[in-house]
Write a protein that binds this ligand. Structure first.
Ligand code: CU
Length: 658
């Protein structure tokens, strides 16, 4: 029997469309989440997991919904007033030992292990994953110690209610500075906990200056050097799910592709729906955007609301919604409203980092596509004191996790852009005397102030940020002969195959050692340790994520085998989602059905061990779209590497504590 999901995917049901809000949001200002204060005496951060009451604005009903959800809280904070449904930000730096004590204070619900571990279960058990950090995936343990040990980024441990677990993340000296995030990752309860808002920013802050010798950059620096005096917005996008009682207990509320869309809920930022973001005219802010939601694609676009400088908050929200949230589809096109929407001026995202990794250039873009797990860092400035609407526009179906089968408002805007525009938040711009400058001039000015070498200042002025891009390109490297292949498939479960475009040998997660994917072992036929991966999907689109080691995009081939990762203004093939990703480093990449995503990776030999790769639609992951991987010692053969027990079965000592 085919699962219900498959039937739903093929039955594009026409559901009724409703838009009749009479009351709009209270004016709520989006502020950065609270931050953990790092203890000077090296004591760990106290990260509590507990139920917490809060409220979320519901634009469809024009009222706040009372909720009670699993949340991360700062165990040392006296701030009980704060009811924002987002976890505190962790800020750390290269070479730091980030210590966290995770205290699971959820009720002991005496969960029983399911017969099938791919049936979601044990929603009060948890653990902790540092998404995107290149850190040890295992345990630290003193050889003479009898206790369980101190965990690093180990997603196999199970922290039960009323227990605590110490973590220590050793951030390597060469770790990139950037925007990462943390969330629970226990197979079975990941989606439900992340859907409750258990997501926090994890920022690695760098202070390294680029070094030059004989006009060559011999050591890259951190872009943070240039942005020390720049305003920073941490924007955690969440898709917080809850039932009519404001709770989330039943997994069936998550598990099919229509659930989020049908709920008509809005993506929140730092726990706020339709919040107000405060900016200053012509002053760049660094937006650290994190997609911490479970299952909705974001296509962000910022539009200027004409003559709106004196609008009240309510009027801004009302007007933004009128501009963007109109009913439109293939059968029923409202050309007038489409034209009106398109004529609104757009603001550029000057994106300079994907998934926390600084690129060799800033990329101006009007549309910022964020899939679950993605991060983007962008510099944004607003030229007028008008108000601005930030919309989530509807992309065409193959680029979206949720197909056009719900009462989400849709608008077919052009052949290439099957867009609709749902308001996410809006921007209030404070008047200033600053003059408008372009992004290259802004960054070059910052570099001058920091007294960087003239050569680097000149590079920055020409949009060359290679002095700040941490990884060397693998595009010209020799790769291993045996390519890594992976296919996502849905059919009698949520599955992965080790062959591209293959359904027959695809498997749901087994957790068995025989199904571990071994990487990085010594082979006789070549000397290269660089892996090339080919990623495909035979049903739906899935964000591929692998822990610990990021990868570099080489090519993204569409259904016609055209590479769409290039730049269309230099003759590249247009693609709404994948343009300009060629040779960009990421840790999560969307794989639509029919596409082939080709990446390269060089595993960090200081971070050997056992971890996972998976689909970042987290309810897919909980139901089996996950695979165990082991990074072998490059000096050992596959046979020797295979002989060691897998961490998922028996936690083992990875690394001695030092
Ligand atoms: Cu998936």
């Amino acid at each position: 029997m085919k699962p219900k999901l498959t039937i739903l995917l093929f039955n594009m049901l026409a559901l009724s469309i409703s838009i009749s809000p009479t009351v709009y949001a209270k004016s709520v200002v989006i502020i950065n989440p609270n931050e953990f204060q790092l203890s000077p005496n090296g004591k760990p951060l106290e990260l509590n997991v507990q139920m917490k009451k809060g409220e979320i604005f519901n634009p469809n009903l024009g009222k706040f919904d009372e909720v009670e959800l699993r949340q991360y809280l700062d165990g040392n904070s006296q701030n009980t007033e704060n009811n924002s449904l987002v976890a505190p930000t962790i800020r750390t730096q290269p070479e730091a030992y980030l210590k966290v004590q995770l205290n699971n204070k959820l009720d002991n619900d005496e969960c029983k292990k399911q017969d099938d571990h791919n049936t979601p279960h044990c929603f009060n058990n948890t653990n902790l994953h540092t998404h995107g950090l290149a850190v040890n995936p295992g345990y630290f343990k003193k050889p003479d110690s009898k206790d369980t040990g101190i965990a690093s980024d180990n997603v196999f441990i199970n922290i039960k209610p009323n227990t605590s677990q110490p973590f220590q993340f050793e951030i390597p000296k060469n770790h990139p500075a950037g925007t990462f995030w943390y969330h629970p990752h226990l197979h079975g309860s990941t989606a439900l906990q992340v859907s409750s808002g258990m997501v926090g920013a994890l920022i690695v802050e760098g202070n390294r200056f680029p070094k030059i010798d004989n006009n060559n950059v011999v050591q890259v620096g951190d872009i943070d050097i240039l942005l020390k005096d720049t305003d920073e917005k941490i924007l955690m996008f969440q898709q917080i799910q809850y039932n009519k009682n404001g709770k989330i207990d039943d997994y069936s509320e998550l598990e099919n592709p229509t659930s989020w869309a049908k709920s008509s809920r809005y993506t929140s930022i730092n726990g706020l729906v339709l919040g107000k973001l405060e900016m200053t005219q012509n002053k760049f802010s660094r937006w650290r955007m994190i997609h911490g939601g479970v299952r909705d694609t974001l296509g962000l676009i910022i539009k200027e609301l004409p003559n709106s400088a004196d609008f009240s908050d309510d009027k801004v929200i009302q007007q933004c919604r009128e501009y963007g949230e109109f009913i439109d589809n293939k059968e029923n096109k409202d050309i007038e409203k489409i034209t009106r929407f398109n004529q609104l001026k757009s603001i550029n995202f000057n994106t300079f980092a994907h998934d926390g990794i600084t690129m060799a250039e800033t990329q101006p873009t009007k549309l910022s596509v964020l899939q679950p797990g993605y991060r983007q860092d962008a510099l944004i400035s607003f030229p007028t004191v008008n108000k601005y609407c930030v919309f989530d526009t509807k992309l065409n179906d193959k680029n979206e996790i949720n197909k056009n089968i719900s009462n989400k408002l849709t608008a077919q805007l052009s052949e290439n852009h099957d867009l609709y525009a749902k308001l996410i938040n809006w921007v209030d711009v404070k008047k200033s005397t600053e003059r408008e400058i372009n992004i290259q001039t802004y960054l070059a000015n910052q570099a001058k102030q920091k007294e960087l070498p003239t050569q680097i200042i000149n590079q920055i002025a020409k949009n060359d940020l290679s002095a700040f891009a941490p990884y060397k390109s693998l595009e010209n490297e020799q790769v291993k002969n045996n390519k890594q292949e992976l296919n996502f498939h849905i059919g009698n479960g949520f599955k992965i195959s080790n062959k591209i475009n293959d359904m027959d040998e695809s498997k749901a997660y087994t957790g068995k050692q025989e199904d571990v994917r071994y990487l990085n072992f010594k082979t006789t036929d070549d000397s290269s340790y660089i892996d090339e991966w080919n990623l495909t999907s035979t049903l739906g689109g899935h964000p591929f994520h692998i822990h610990v080691n990021p990868f570099q995009i080489q090519e993204i081939l569409n259904e016609k085998d055209e590479d769409v990762s290039g730049n269309p203004s230099n003759g590249g093939q247009y693609d709404v989602q994948f343009n300009n990703l060629k040779h960009v480093w990421k840790d999560t990449i969307f794989v639509p059905k029919g596409y082939t995503v080709i990446t390269r990776t060089q595993y960090d030999n200081n971070l050997l061990g056992d971890f996972v790769l998976h689909c970042h639609i987290l309810d897919h992951e909980d139901q089996g779209m996950m695979q165990d991987v082991r990074i072998c010692d490059p000096n050992e053969s596959l046979e020797i590497c295979k002989a060691r027990p897998f961490a998922g079965d028996t936690p083992k000592i990875q690394h001695s504590h030092h």
